[in-house]
Design a protein around this ligand. Structure first.
Ligand SMILES: *Cc1c(COP(=O)(O)O)cnc(C)c1O
Length: 412
């Protein structure tokens, strides 16, 4: 089976990425660098030197940051968290996911909840499920969007699950299917409406991992707005960053209030502030004010970053048009992708070995390209989890390479 040669792939990248810097030293080209400058430094120094020294999560920039994200996305409620993983964990809790649940007729035999997610995702998706005390099950990806295949979800439910006592039960394990958790991979919106349709038919709540998809839309609707609750991330490698950080999105005011409560140790707000009265086992997951102030400065860059990402995608598209056998992953028609990471597809039938030969060559040339993640079902802690067939997942694993996607590259 033929694939592209490492040298041809590298020479395509070289059309945009120079080999040397002005001083003659080798230029290093990373996958995705954040845009950070004076406005972030100023925001931080205002917090540190300003009145109140609001560094913790009680500061005023946390609700401001949440409000700015709500305005940008059109999703009514936003709760900022310490990272995206905790935001997914709490979003699952808001959707009613476990830790344990009893089944009809078996009140003395509590079992863990099951959450269906894609195998082709970053490990934090599955980890967040386990952090909530539930167990992930994996279904296949769909090759156009790289996201969960709604037909694979349907097939998993029809072949492995049954409706019993108003719940969806995974027959083999007896676990309740408590949520479906699709991911918008690299900022490409998945087939979220079709997934929502299938989940709705089985009366399973939907939670979106929108960690990579801030600025990605399905028609006029922002990703993360299709589910009970969704999560995004502001890790250093995402489109905008707060250093570490994340946020929960929901359209439900009561869910947002719950999220605020349980991310701040469930301290009773109706009692005097000096009382240590907590009404639930909860978390210290709220975003500190320092990070939120930084995030507000980043939100100001969002429109520019998205425009640059789009321009860079067009430049890469024009370059790879001339490379036989390589195509870029496109946004699904009717959607707007944030172009967070540009992904190149190698010819169908490329092996993992051939992919790695290309990656080795590129990385040796300081072109720090990356493969897509190792699918979850191949990792030691998840390889015994329930799953449907994962042929597309493994095909995509061998054929996808992320290429440098930093927004500033659009300026040449
Ligand atoms: C980044 C990311 C996360 C986790 O976010 P953190 O802020 O790093 O905890 C979860 N899921 C996906 C798909 C991600 O890309």
């Amino acid at each position: 089976m033929k694939t592209v040669s490492p040298e041809i792939f590298a020479s395509a990248l070289r059309r945009l990425l120079p080999e040397r810097r002005a001083d003659g030293s080798p230029a290093r080209h990373y996958l995705q660098l954040p845009a950070i400058g004076a406005q972030e430094a100023e925001a931080l120094s205002e917090v540190v030197l300003g009145p109140g020294n609001w560094v913790s999560n009680a500061g005023p920039d946390v609700p401001r940051f949440e409000q700015a994200l709500s305005e940008f996305t059109g999703i009514e409620h936003v709760v900022a968290c310490v990272n995206g993983t905790t935001a997914i964990q709490i979003a699952l809790q808001l959707a009613g996911v476990g830790p344990m649940h009893t089944l009809p007729g078996q009140p003395d035999r509590p079992r863990r909840d099951m959450v269906i997610c894609p195998s082709l995702t970053f490990v934090a998706t599955a980890n967040a499920v386990v952090h909530r005390g539930a167990v992930p099950a994996f279904v296949d990806a769909e090759p156009d969007t790289l996201g969960m295949d709604p037909e694979a979800l349907r097939a998993f439910l029809e072949s492995q699950c049954e409706r019993r006592g108003g719940q969806t039960i995974h027959s083999d394990t007896g676990m309740r299917v408590a949520a479906v958790l699709p991911v918008h991979i690299f900022g490409n919106p998945c087939q979220i409406e079709a997934i929502a349709q299938v989940a709705g038919e089985w009366e399973i709540p939907l939670v979106e991992d929108a960690a990579e998809s801030l600025g990605s839309w399905v028609g006029e609707a922002h990703t993360g707005g299709f589910s009970v609750a969704a999560a995004t991330s502001f890790n250093g490698n995402k489109l905008i960053t707060t250093g570490g950080g994340g946020a929960i999105f929901t359209r439900d005011a009561a869910a947002a209030a719950t999220a605020r409560h349980i991310t701040t140790t469930a301290k009773d707000p109706s009692r005097p502030g000096w009382q240590y009265w907590h009404d639930d086992v909860a978390y210290n997951y709220r975003m500190p004010n320092l990070n939120a102030a930084f995030g507000l400065a980043q939100v100001d860059r969002l429109d520019t970053l998205l425009a640059q990402k789009e321009r860079l995608f067009e430049r890469w598209s024009a370059i790879f048009e001339d490379v036989e056998g390589v195509e870029l992953v496109q946004a699904r028609p009717g959607t707007t992708a944030n172009r967070w990471l540009v992904a190149a597809r190698l010819p169908d039938g490329t092996t993992l070995q051939a992919r790695d030969a290309i990656l080795r060559h590129l990385n040796a040339e300081h072109l720090y390209c990356r493969p897509i993640w190792v699918p979850m079902h191949k990792l030691p802690m998840y390889h015994r989890c329930s799953r449907g067939p994962l042929e597309q997942t493994e095909r995509l694993e061998a054929t996808l390479i992320n290429i440098p996607s930093t927004a500033a590259l659009a300026e040449g």
